[in-house]
Design a protein around this ligand. Sequence first.
Ligand code: SAM
Length: 314
Amino acid sequence: MVEVMAARGSPQAAMTQFVLNTLESDMNYRHVYHAGNFADVLKHAVLALVIEHLKLKPAPFRVVDTHAGIGLYDLTSEEAQKTAEWKDGIGRVLAAKRSPAVETALAPYLAIVDEEHDGGAELARYPGSPLIARRLLREGDTLVVNEAHPADHETLQDLFHRDKQVKVLGLDGWTALKSLLPPKERRGLVLVDPPFEEPGEFQRMADGLDAAARRFATGTVMMWYPIKDQRAVDRFRRSVTALAIPKLYSIEVTIRAVRTTTELSGSGLLILNPPFTLPGKLDALLPFLAKTLARGQGAGFRADWLTGEHASPA
Ligand code: SAM
């Protein structure tokens, strides 16, 4: 466990620094290069819908974000400008004509994106999952955000400085997933959004889902995965289906045909216990996203139950 808040000069602080350095050397991924891209759009639009659904009941809930990033991205920064991925993600969505059904499905997400629009011709900032979740909380709901990259963890701490509804941790995300469940509210959402930089991440995700479902069987768990290597995705879907956890739903959007094993051609969300209203909201949203975000032949989408509801054999 990596606790970042050890007293300066103490043995724990030395150990913490050691672990952080070790982690940092393995942690090259920085989300600022990808903020607002096509994968963020799907993830964040669905995240907002799930949280809005939790708000339909008065009982408080908790959102846990195990791989949180920094919460707010400066799209004018050198890093974001270098890739400008947001232009083909949220940039396209904002510029697209949207039907009333799409508008309704995107409303909670776009309202938060709009808050970062400072009136300039282009978006200046883009909210990450922690800020989107925070903006949607009611008084009494809570948010736990966890980020292991030392610099990003510090930025996240600054963002939520003195916010009593938010707790910022610096644990390994897979450890956090287990140690933070179940939340005391017994209601809520867990977002698991690792960078998939290390081999074995799909297996860790399947194991994490198994552990989360055991600890928090009634909660909603949403896990993001990349679609680069179709065979790896198919294996993953089979392995989580085999866990025989009730009510597992999958949503995928591809922006081009999956031709190689290295190019990010799409992304998926695996959702345990999705809101029952979600599939209906996606009817209009997914075709819109596949069309708007397409970057070549073979763009598309699918949404299906892996287990429960109307599951068909994997
Ligand atoms: N969830 C964020 C959002 O939607 O705005 C984006 C998160 S980004 C895809 C993945 C984050 O996980 C990065 O900020 C990275 O530093 C962090 N990370 C990498 N390895 C981690 C680990 N073992 N534990 C926790 N966080 C980790």
